[in-house]
Every structure is written in C-alpha cells, then in structure tokens.
Design a protein around this ligand. Structure first.
Ligand SMILES: C[S@@+](CC[C@H](N)C(=O)[O-])C[C@H]1O[C@@H](n2cnc3c(N)ncnc32)[C@H](O)[C@@H]1O
Length: 279
C-alpha cells in the first residue's frame, strides 16, 4: 500500500472507539498546547478513511473541548504512572492493553524499556501501516480476553500494564479475572486503568455501547468505590486518584475555570478515576 492511501475504520464497532481518544488528543494539542503536546495524533487522523465531519462541526463547543481535555488528561496521568514505575524498573516491559493508535509507550521510552501494544487483529493491522514499531517495541494482535498473549510478555525485569479507555467495554467479571491472572503471573508488576462510576457509565458510555449493539449496560465495568470494589484479593495494592484533577491541577493557559469546574464534577459525581493496582 502506498503511504498516502487512507486506511478505513469501520463505523459502529468496538474498533471505532479508538477514534474518540485519538481525535481528542489531536484537538487538545491544538487547543491547549501548554498543557499537552502530541505531534502524531493530527497526522494519524489525516491518514484515516473516517468521516470526521461530526467531530469537526462540534469541535469548538465547550463540551467537545472538555472531551479533548479528558483524552489528554488520561494520557498525562498514565504517563506519570509509567515514568514513576520505570524509575525503579528501567528495563521493564510497558504494555498498552487495547492500544488503538495510542503511542503512550514510546512517549515514555527511557531507551531501555520494552514496549508491547496489544489490540484486536484488525486494529493492529491498521496500526502497523501507520506507526512503525521501534527497536524495543512489538505489537500483538489478539483479543485481551484470550490470555495466550501473556506468553509473549516477559515480566522478569518488571512490567507495567495500562488500559486507557478499554475496560468500559468489559464485564466486571472479565476485568476481575484479568487482574487476578496478571497478579499471579507478574508479581511486582503494576496495572493502571481508568474507570467511571455507574452514573458516568450510563451518561458517557451508553450511546457508544448502543452503537456497538450493546443495549444494556448492566454487568459492564464501573467503579463507585475503588477500595471496596477493586480489592479482589489480598495480594492487590489498590490506589486511586481523580482522572481529571488527581495528577495535575489543570491551571494552564487556555483551560477555563468552567473546564476545571466540570473536571471536578467528573471526578466527583461521575467518579472518573485512574487506578493503580500493584501486584
Ligand atoms: C476507546 S479505544 C482506546 C484506544 C487507546 N487505548 C487510546 O487511549 O487511544 C478502546 C480500544 O480497546 C480495544 N479493545 C477493546 N476490547 C478489546 C479486547 N477484548 N481485546 C483487545 N483490544 C480491545 C479496541 O479495539 C480499541 O482500540
């Protein structure tokens, strides 16, 4: 394929969900460059055969701006966690679960760590055409629910897994099983992921899930009370912070007080959070 050919993304599929954070990162880098820089999201959007007109039409609205901040804050939070882990485990494997077209792994590259990106085969096929893997980086084309992918991740030098915007599409039982399996297989490792509370899942996710043919959000993963709901085993050390304001105060040029107010509401009422589970 010629590098200028556009790559098609199917509408109304789980895979299409990668568009929201990708477009959000592009917008945030354009609108709030002091808070967030991303040199590749714009280029990646341009390479996709996807109708962005609905997003483009709304991009200057307050709520879309907030959506862009959400995408960027999540990535900044997760980068904070990865860099923190790499301080003590510089040769660790950094594993992006449900990577889409996200390049957080390479953004945290310290020159020694390994980077692994995992997603469904059709997404990895798109990714490979758009983002060449670095020397210490590999892509795994598999369903995360098929644990055979773990055979390709060696945690001997430490391992940090992260899932950005992925577990909303999992049932609670599926997340629990995955976490318990990781904890047994990778003692000393860590998992970072974001969640919303029940109200947040209903308000933010129900339309997306409906588009994917999931009418009933019952059973899908949300977290209202992390200390209680994520303590699935005594081997897990759980800590949680606000997704929007737990790591950074967002007091940056261009971010309006109304954005910060909504961020407070997001972290408070919607229970938007980023969790660290240490194994
Ligand atoms: C909302 S997107 C987030 C993409 C990326 N993490 C980001 O922040 O840009 C969700 C991603 O999770 C992937 N995903 C969802 N369920 C998955 C599964 N069971 N196995 C592998 N990937 C999955 C989707 O294909 C999609 O790329």
């Amino acid at each position: 394929m010629m590098p200028t050919d556009k790559i098609h993304i199917e509408k109304n599929s789980v895979q299409e969900t990668l568009i929201v954070p990708l477009y959000g990162r592009k917008m945030c880098a354009e609108k709030f460059p002091q808070l967030y820089t991303d040199s590749s999201a714009k280029m990646l959007c341009e390479r996709l055969d996807y109708d962005f007109s609905a997003q483009e039409a709304k991009k200057d609205t307050f709520i879309y701006e907030f959506g862009a901040l959400e995408a960027a804050m999540r990535q900044l939070d997760i980068m904070w966690e990865i860099k923190d882990y790499l301080k003590d485990h510089p040769k660790a494997v950094v594993v992006n679960l449900g990577c889409g077209l996200d390049q957080t792994g390479s953004a945290c590259d310290n020159g020694m760590c390994e980077i692994v990106n995992i997603d469904f085969p059709d997404i990895i096929a798109v990714r490979k055409q758009l983002i060449p893997a670095g020397q210490r980086e590999k892509n795994i084309a598999m369903d995360l629910k098929d644990y055979q992918w773990m055979n390709e991740v060696d945690g001997t030098n430490g391992v940090i897994f992260f899932a950005a915007g992925v577990f909303h599409y999992f049932k609670t039982e599926e997340v629990r099983n995955l976490v318990l399996t990781l904890s047994k297989r990778y003692p000393g490792g860590r998992l970072i992921f974001d969640t919303v509370g029940k109200l947040g899942l209903k308000l933010m996710m129900s339309k997306i899930l409906k588009n994917m043919g999931i009418a009933d959000i019952d059973g899908y993963f949300y977290v209202n009370d992390p200390a209680k709901e994520l303590s699935w085993s005594e081997n897990l050390k759980v800590s949680s912070r606000g997704y929007m304001l737990g790591y950074y105060d967002m007091k940056t040029k261009g971010v309006r007080p109304s954005h910060r107010l909504l961020a407070k509401i997001g972290d408070g009422w919607m229970k938007m959070a980023v969790h660290r589970i240490a194994f």
